[in-house]
Design a protein around this ligand. Structure first.
Ligand code: G3H
Ligand code: 13P
Ligand code: ZN
Length: 309
């Protein structure tokens, strides 16, 4: 039981057509809900920390909480920086003990993205840390429905092959139609599986990463709205699309929005049903359990990662 690299996790996932869940963490209850689920499912696990999470909880608290989770569960866990925007934040996380970092140079022109990714790869590899990069831009809702916009923003397969070759990056996040948050599609959900297959055929040994992969389970949206919330028109990626993606090289599936919805739904329900309570443990406990059962569902039924540890 230790903080581990994603290298072995991805090699096995790539071979056996399943994906490792990468869950965003911001506090103790979220971490506990996720690790308890991974333990019960006997699944490999990545916990990831965004710049926003670092700002909210402070890096030292998050790192110590993840170390505590390892001690408590006996699990091996990869600790990953999500969407690092420059070399400095990647270096800071590597120096703090993260086992994996993402350098997100997707907003830069191709050559600049290569240069910044290469710089992070060189430093990370010298410390035994792996690197995820991103090529292409995750769709906005408008982009996802316009075919013209797809080729402008989705990952170009030839560029993906050149990017991996030139940077030596360990895994690559690609844009095929998903987006962050609870509003992913305006009309019919669409993921560009032809593009994914082409990328995977050109770089078959590179683990691919799907960001914006929350399925936005209707039961949690409904529960939020039944108890005073107002989340209209939320739409996630259908579960069967995630399952399909894992057959074509997607080894890491990023989930944050579903955690937020599960937690908020439970807190809303509890406080409305028990207005006399004001002990945070009374509503954070059920919120933690809701996260646990949602993560178990993902691991077992969507990622196919049960018993893959
Ligand atoms: O991709 C973004 C993740 O959901 C993290 O979100 O920057 O609000 O922590 P955040
Ligand atoms: P969701 O907003 O779909 O949960 O995506 C999270 C993500 O990609 C984190 O990097
Ligand atoms: Zn993301």
């Amino acid at each position: 039981m230790a903080l581990v690299s994603t290298k072995e996790m991805f090699a096995k996932a790539l071979k056996e057509d399943y994906a490792v869940g990468a869950f965003n963490v911001n506090n103790m209850e979220i971490i506990q809900g996720i690790v308890d689920a991974a333990k019960i499912e006997n699944a490999p696990l990545i916990l990831q920390v965004s710049a926003g999470a670092r700002k909210y909880a402070k890096p030292a608290y998050l790192i110590k909480l993840v170390e505590a989770a390892i001690l408590d569960t006996g699990l091996d866990i990869a600790l990953h920086l999500d969407h690092g925007e420059d070399f400095e934040i990647c270096k800071k996380c590597i120096d703090d003990g993260f086992t994996s970092v993402m350098i997100d140079g997707s907003k830069h022109p191709f050559e600049e993205n290569i240069a910044i990714t290469k710089q992070v790869v060189e430093y990370a590899h010298s410390k035994g840390v792996v690197v995820e990069a991103e090529l292409g831009k995750l769709a906005g809702i408008e982009d996802a429905v316009k075919v013209d916009a797809r080729s402008a923003t989705f990952t170009d397969p030839q560029e993906a092959a050149e990017f991996v070759e030139k940077t030596g990056v360990d895994s690559l996040a690609i844009a095929i139609g998903t987006s962050h948050g609870a509003y992913k599609f305006k009309g019919e959900p669409f993921l560009d599986f032809d593009r994914l297959k082409e990328i995977h055929s050109l770089i078959p040994d590179t683990p691919l990463v799907l960001h914006g992969a929350s399925t936005v389970l209707p039961e949690f949206v409904k529960r939020c709205n039944d108890f005073g919330g107002n989340i209209p028109g939320a739409q996630g990626v259908p579960e069967d699309m995630i399952r399909t993606a894992t057959k074509y090289g997607i080894c890491k599936v990023n989930i944050d929005t579903d955690l937020r919805l599960a937690m908020t739904a439970e807190i809303r329900r509890y406080l409305i049903e028990k207005p006399e309570d004001f002990d945070p443990r009374k509503y954070l406990g059920p919120a933690r359990s809701a996260i646990q059962s949602m993560v178990q569902h993902k691991i077992k039924n969507v990622l196919n990662a049960s018993d893959k540890r």
